[in-house]
Design a protein around this ligand. Structure first.
Ligand SMILES: CC(C)(COP(=O)(O)OP(=O)(O)OC[C@H]1O[C@@H](n2cnc3c(N)ncnc32)[C@H](O)[C@@H]1OP(=O)(O)O)[C@@H](O)C(=O)NCCC(=O)NCCS
Length: 180
């Protein structure tokens, strides 16, 4: 069983190590440790007997939009539903805050599509592109794919539902396909 919970300041180093592991592997972008501490209130974590095995953050971008960032699950805990549970927790927060859309830039659009996101044009998020992407060294050669999930009821109904993003409990069982 595992819980998705708010990160503590003392999680900063472990979050950084997990993100760095996958960034070195080419699966996501690096995140400087200073940025992680600055945004620590955005982060969620999953622990297994005290060890951090998953993380992800929900960053508010404006009155109606937030971004899921730095989603990572430890190499030995892949495919047990941890990533889906972190996304579901972020989506619950977004709904509570009455946000209209949540997006991500990712090398794994297929994972997000399973969570009810659709592939989008990154220019749907000009605040991201012109405030942050322009400073990224990969700006002119970006391989990340934009994905978005609409939260307004009318838009949500248009998206095919999968168990990955049906209302989820705060508590999860570790195991094959325990994502929903
Ligand atoms: C991508 C990642 C977060 C997924 O986390 P996870 O805990 O292994 O995934 P889950 O077990 O929650 O998977 C949920 C569903 O998504 C599917 N899925 C997982 N990774 C997938 C991928 N890369 N492509 C397509 N589908 C994927 C699973 O098969 C599962 O499907 P199901 O609901 O039909 O059973 C994890 O693989 C990871 O940490 N990767 C390295 C870092 C990374 O790529 N981060 C992505 C953000 S840039």
């Amino acid at each position: 069983m595992f819980f998705v919970e708010a990160a503590r300041l003392s999680d900063g180093e472990a979050i950084h190590q997990l993100v760095t592991y996958w960034a070195d592997n080419g699966d996501m972008l690096h995140r400087p440790i200073g940025e992680i501490y600055e945004a620590i209130r955005d982060f969620k974590v999953v622990r297994d007997e005290g060890r951090l095995i998953g993380t992800g953050s929900l960053h508010i971008m404006g009155s109606d939009l937030a971004e899921i960032r730095s989603l990572a699950v430890s190499a030995d805990t892949q495919a047990k539903g941890v990533g889906a549970a972190i996304v579901a927790s972020c989506m619950r927060d977004a709904e509570e805050m009455e946000l209209e859309r949540v997006f991500a830039l990712t090398f794994k659009p297929g994972f997000f599509e399973k969570q009810g996101f659709r592939v989008a044009n990154v220019m749907e998020f000009p605040q991201k592109v012109w405030n942050e992407c322009v400073r990224c060294p990969f700006f002119t050669n970006c391989k990340e794919v934009a994905v978005v999930r609409d939260l307004r009821p009318s838009a949500t109904l248009a998206v095919p539902m999968s168990r990955g993003f049906s209302p989820s409990p705060a508590r999860y069982e570790l195991g094959e396909g325990a994502g929903g």
